[in-house]
Design a binder for this molecule. Structure first.
Ligand code: UT7
Length: 332
């Protein structure tokens, strides 16, 4: 989809991270790993972790308040809230409703969306349709995760990877020709078993692969996810660029999902997207799933790296397996 009835873009952004820092040397004391291995194989030095009783949605509230203030609107103006999350505090009330209540967005409809790490770009695509059709004017989308609550802290294959955080955007009408130019979404359910988090119902196989037989933790076949991610990040980027009627050379900045620096390099260097065209946060936050793209965008904006008219690619992949990409012409 590349044609807009009403141009839809990002009017404001915000992010929030927990205070507590968990370093690679902290992890060396918990599992058989090393700072050197983690940095070399993933690019991660440290991550932010919520304290035990600290709820996940509070990060979303902080990120949302910052995005609303940055957009220069009032909470009461928001028509819809979409929370992209795989780690809600409750199944219901939904995270989107919990955030709605705290920020006082009284007239907003609200729902959660679970598309794992692809969630923020999926949410952006849905929001764009509502704005372009004239159904809603202001939509708050939030990627908010507390993966530390779903991590097996004795499994070195996964516990070194994840962190907690939230990033939010207020979307609304923008000048025609600006905003979201294209979105491309996809899924391959046949590959779903390489990255799993059981909930109500689970199989013996789900228990067997988990070292501590605990169903409520993330498990993945890292190698399979890695191969899939490298392939799909390149393909999805190209597809969104093509759908926006642009060429790779027209792209000024790229925000990939940040799961592993080797995935980013393997997928995107070939397209000429070097680190100079990115804002990397993986070294300090780890993989924060649906929050990874908006947190990086918010930081890049605050550092003045993005200017009006820049063509920006967002591209992510995640559990499902799923993927999503978008091209935005920055409108602020
Ligand atoms: O957001 C979407 C979700 N996740 C991802 O995108 C992650 C995708 N996958 C990856 O990033 C990588 O596959 C990992 C970082 C998970 C693993 O890196 P790898 O280079 O693919 O390592 P590997 O799984 O092939 O393991 C190599 C060795 C193994 O030892 P042996 O069997 O060769 O003796 C592992 O047991 O490294 C070992 N290993 C570790 N060693 C030290 C695995 N984890 C660790 C660790 N510290 N934390």
């Amino acid at each position: 989809m590349s044609s807009n009835v009403i141009g839809a873009g990002i009017l404001g952004m915000g992010s929030a991270l927990p205070e507590r820092v968990l370093t690679n040397s902290d992890l060396e004391k918990m599992v058989d790993t090393s700072d050197e291995w983690i940095i070399k194989r993933t690019g991660i030095s440290e991550r932010r972790i919520l304290d035990k009783g600290e709820p996940v949605f509070q990060l979303g509230v902080k990120a949302a308040e910052r995005a609303i203030s940055d957009a220069g609107i009032a909470s009461e103006d928001i028509d819809l809230i979409i929370a992209a999350t795989t780690s809600p505090d409750y199944v219901f009330p939904q995270m989107s409703c919990m955030i709605q209540s705290k920020i006082g967005a009284k007239k907003a409809a609200a729902f959660d969306m679970n598309v794992a790490c692809s969630g923020f770009v999926y949410a952006m695509s849905v929001a764009k349709q509502f704005i372009a059709s004239g159904t809603y004017k202001y939509i708050l989308i939030i990627g908010c995760e507390g993966l530390s609550k779903l991590t097996d802290w004795e499994d070195r294959n996964t516990c070194v990877l994840f962190g907690d955080g939230a990033g939010a955007a207020v979307m609304g009408p923008v000048e025609n020709g600006y905003g979201v130019l294209s979105t491309y979404l996809g899924a391959d359910g046949e590959m779903g078993n390489v990255l799993t988090l059981p909930f109500c119902c689970f199989t013996q196989a789900d228990l067997d692969v988990r070292p501590n037989k605990n169903k409520n933790v993330i498990w993945m076949d890292g190698g399979e996810v890695f191969k899939f991610a490298v392939k799909i990040m390149e393909q999805a980027s190209l597809r969104a660029i093509e759908d926006a009627n642009l060429k790779v050379e027209d792209i000024d900045f790229v925000f990939p999902h940040q799961a592993n620096i080797r995935i980013i390099d393997g997928a995107l260097k070939r397209l000429g997207f070097t680190h100079e065209k990115m804002h990397l946060v993986i070294q300090k936050y780890g993989n924060i799933s649906s929050a990874s793209i908006p947190v990086a965008m918010d930081e890049a904006l605050r550092e003045g790296k993005i200017k009006k008219g820049d063509n920006i690619v967002l591209v992510g992949f995640g559990g499902g397996l799923t993927w999503a990409s978008a091209v935005i012409k920055w409108s602020k």
